[in-house]
Design a protein around this ligand. Structure first.
Ligand SMILES: [Mg+2]
Length: 266
């Protein structure tokens, strides 16, 4: 299944308004650096992506980073984002965020009602997780355990992770492949040809999803095996390929609402 002898991607014949790009960030758009907080997506790459968008390409970033960090790294681009390995999804960019992996509200309400009489037990909502803390009330451990298992009976995609004095319910579907599939069902992405691009093991799920939908995949880096049929050496090689692909689309009208200075603001 894995393929070591992959070649560079050809220039695509797909029209920009039929193309959906799913891009990893670190090691794909941003060069790997010693400390993650120092990572930057080069200005030229952000401009290039914005031009692609203007030409009609649908863009999504799929990253292990939280959604807010992905947005900051790609500022001022407005694009769909799968953050936290797909646990956080933003379908439309901007401020309208949708946590598709949130525990259904009725189950959260049921849990809240269940712990209400358990003095000292409290509930914490996180992206793609709900934690029930009982550190201050260890006598209720068994009661919490029963409540959580009752909740899980109604939430087959969720699993229990027991921490130190905490029962955490976590969504099992945190992977970039599921994020890609979900995004492909929404808005701009519907009916497009998906191309997934990434540099590590977590991107293989996105590759598998794109390929299963008849799309393509590019693995960045030339060491690890991959199911991707195409390969590019590094971040710069990808940027160069994207530029060539943009050139192939021909000139478009750049959206002037993007001010040049916007790109410098971090
Ligand atoms: Mg990466």
């Amino acid at each position: 299944m894995y393929n070591r002898n992959t070649s560079a991607p050809p220039l695509l014949r797909v029209a920009p308004e039929r193309l959906a790009l799913f891009l990893d960030v670190d090691g794909t758009l941003a060069p790997i650096v010693s400390k993650p907080h120092l990572a930057r997506v080069p200005l030229a790459t952000r401009r290039l992506l914005q031009h692609m968008q203007t030409r009609g390409v649908a863009l999504a970033a799929l990253s292990g980073r939280p959604l807010s960090q992905v947005r900051r790294l790609l500022h001022p681009l407005e694009l769909a984002v799968g953050g936290s390995h797909g646990a956080q999804l933003s379908l439309t960019g901007g401020r309208s965020l949708t946590y598709l992996a949130a525990l259904p509200d009725d189950l959260v309400r049921g849990l809240s009602a269940g712990i209400a009489p358990l003095h000292g037990v409290w509930l914490e909502r996180k992206p793609a997780a709900v934690a029930v803390h009982w550190r201050q009330a260890p006598q209720y451990r068994a009661a919490v355990d029963a409540l959580v298992h009752e909740t899980l009976r109604h939430a087959p995609e969720w699993q229990l992770i027991e921490g130190h004095c905490v029962h955490e319910l976590r969504h099992q579907g945190r992977d970039k492949g599921k994020a890609l599939r979900r995004l492909m069902q929404h808005g701009d992405f519907v009916g497009r040809w998906p191309l997934a691009i990434g540099d590590d093991r977590t991107d293989e799920d996105a590759f598998a999803a794109a390929l299963s939908m008849g799309g393509g995949a590019i693995r960045i880096g030339d060491v690890q095996p991959s199911i991707a049929p195409w390969r590019l050496k590094d971040v710069s090689a990808l940027a160069a390929w994207l530029q060539q692909q943009l050139n192939r689309f021909g000139p478009g009208i750049l959206d002037r609402s993007y001010k040049e200075g916007e790109y410098e603001r971090r």
